[in-house]
Design a protein around this ligand. Structure first.
Ligand code: HEC
Length: 207
């Protein structure tokens, strides 16, 4: 069916990491070639479909080794993320999340439930960075053993932010603040496992 294995792998990766809307690889790459995205605009500040990037052979191999059941679970878990960036790196998207999370804490502290809820929902449904978040994980961590931590982390962070929003809108600021602690534990847990390189300077060569 497929011309070669790497094309098949690319399609698998696309189906899994890519879009929930179910468009084909051919459609997406044709659009990517034409540069045909309809944003930015005030109404539309992200793309509906991920732009296709040529990924390294090593990355495609690591993704190709993930079992189909795992990929299906991963896709289901992330299906609410339907906004994609063609420019932002993971670090930039993380900054956006951080900014939204700070907005949540401000809202809770000053008992502004609407502000807190808006920002919590936005942080929870953050956009995808270019090439998908998995493109920013170290290669040796793209396996079931490492990535199986993600559903728990996702429950703490993204589901947690939804619970925060729900409580904030009901003006339960104490409950929402407690839940926020769990969200932050989720951020820290993921960073502890997957974040590397704080952006060190290559000019500092000694102490
Ligand atoms: C699924 C795992 C994951 C979760 C959950 C997560 N992060 Fe991150 N975060 C990362 C990774 C990976 C990086 C490093 C990205 C890079 O440098 O390319 C990062 C980097 C960052 C950075 C950039 C600054 C730095 O020192 O690296 C900020 C800010 C940040 N995250 C904020 C947050 C906040 C706030 C939350 C929780 C609301 C959060 N992150 C949840 C994986 C995660």
């Amino acid at each position: 069916m497929f011309r070669n294995k790497s094309l098949a792998t690319a399609i698998i990766a696309f189906a899994v990491l890519g879009t929930a809307s179910g468009s084909t690889f051919a459609e997406a790459s044709a659009e990517a070639k034409a540069g045909a995205h309809t944003y930015p605009s005030v109404e539309k500040t992200s793309a509906d479909k991920p732009k296709q990037y040529k990924m390294s052979k090593e990355f495609m191999e690591a993704v190709g080794k993930l079992p189909p059941e795992f990929l299906a679970q991963f896709k289901k878990m992330t299906s609410k993320h339907t906004r994609y960036s063609e420019d932002a790196t993971a670090r930039q998207v993380m900054m956006e999340i951080l900014s939204d999370v700070q907005c949540v804490t401000t809202g809770l502290m000053v008992e502004n439930g609407e502000m807190a809820a808006d920002c919590a929902m936005r942080a929870s449904a953050h956009r995808w960075p270019k090439g998908h978040l998995l493109a920013y994980v170290q290669l040796h961590q793209i396996n079931v053993e490492s990535l199986s931590a993600l559903p728990t982390i996702n429950g703490m962070v993204e589901k947690g932010l939804e619970r925060v929003a729900d409580m904030a809108i009901k003006k339960d600021f104490i409950g929402a603040s407690t839940e926020m602690g769990n969200v932050l534990r989720g951020c820290a847990t993921c960073h502890n496992m997957f974040r590397f390189d704080k952006g060190s300077s290559k000019y500092i060569v000694g102490e």
